[in-house]
Design a protein around this ligand. Structure first.
Ligand SMILES: Nc1ncnc2c1ncn2[C@@H]1O[C@H](COP(=O)(O)OP(=O)(O)OP(=O)(O)O)[C@@H](O)[C@H]1O
Length: 284
């Protein structure tokens, strides 16, 4: 079965309605894929021949123990650097054959939230609006700078919406340094969501978060999917993968050992190592 077949089979049979009951706006989206990708850092490959695709309006979980290369894979999908071998493509085009300007345009359709929290020293609202500001033209940026100087700076609606999505609207004016770890992570997700990306890449978004913050982050993932965004979430938390994802890929021992609809991967895995990993019997 091809990866695209897995994608179609794996897509959950939920209707694509938003939390307010309205149908999400149809968007074309971007299909981001790793095609036969091998990557290493000079000392042999970390993983080999990885096939993976983030489909619009779908949540893909990439699961595996610590150190298997989940972060590396997300960074390759985010076009941070080229793979040692193979292709990272956006809608079928090898991103590393594009001009730097065209590749930047692809990168701007991708939001990434890193495992290490990385808010700027500013308010939650300013952080959430950051991605919008860097996409503005120079003249718009100049006007925004003038508004800040004269104290008439306003928070863009998209940043407010994104903060609402992660349940942080009431803390928009709080400085990043005063936020709890869970709140800061939710603002980081708002920052990635505000520019309305086609693809959202989340690296262990809830490691070290309490159940309430974890639930809010998972709700934001669902809201993103409802808007037609393709989400890839790297996690070592199998239960989280089961809760939020339509499709799961298991990265073990340097390759994808399992790929398919999440329910199937959990209930009837093809690979014995997946069964052991899911059952918590495989200890790394
Ligand atoms: N820039 C780098 N240079 C050299 N080795 C690296 C680099 N980045 C990652 N690695 C190595 O690649 C392997 C995979 O790391 P990666 O962070 O992708 O794994 P992971 O599955 O995301 O782990 P975790 O769940 O702990 O974050 C590790 O052995 C790591 O030490």
């Amino acid at each position: 079965m091809t990866d695209a077949d897995h994608a179609r089979n794996g897509r959950k049979q939920t209707d694509r309605k938003g939390r307010d009951g309205t149908q999400s706006a149809e968007r074309e989206g971007t299909r981001l894929a790793a095609e036969d990708v091998t990557h290493g850092f000079g000392g042999g490959p970390i993983f080999e021949s990885v096939e993976l695709a983030v489909e619009p309006g779908e949540v893909l979980a990439v699961v595996g123990p610590s150190g298997t290369g989940k972060t590396t894979l997300l960074r390759l999908l985010a076009c941070f650097h080229p793979p040692t071998e193979g292709v990272v493509s956006a809608d079928g085009t090898d991103v590393w054959t594009l001009s730097p300007a065209d590749r930047l345009a692809v990168r701007r359709r991708v939001g990434m939230v890193f495992q290490v929290r990385s808010l700027f020293s500013a308010t939650a609202a300013t952080n959430a609006a950051y991605g919008l500001r860097v996409r503005e033209s120079w003249s718009d940026r100049l006007r925004a700078a003038m508004r800040r100087i004269v104290g008439r700076d306003s928070v863009p609606e998209a940043a407010k919406d994104a903060l609402s999505t992660v349940g942080m609207a009431d803390k928009a004016d709080r400085h990043a340094s005063s936020l709890s770890g869970g709140e800061a992570q939710r603002v980081a997700i708002a920052r990635a969501l505000a520019p309305d990306p086609d693809v959202l890449l989340l690296d262990e978004p809830t490691s070290n978060l309490d159940p309430r913050n974890t639930a809010l982050v998972e709700e934001a993932v669902e809201a993103a999917r409802d808007r037609g965004i393709g989400v890839a979430i790297a996690t070592h938390d199998m239960q989280q993968a089961r809760r939020v994802s339509d499709r799961t890929e298991v990265l073990l021992d340097g390759s994808i050992v399992e790929c398919g609809p999440t329910d199937r991967v959990f209930e009837d895995p093809d690979d014995e190592r997946t069964r052991q990993f899911v059952a918590g019997e495989l200890v790394y």
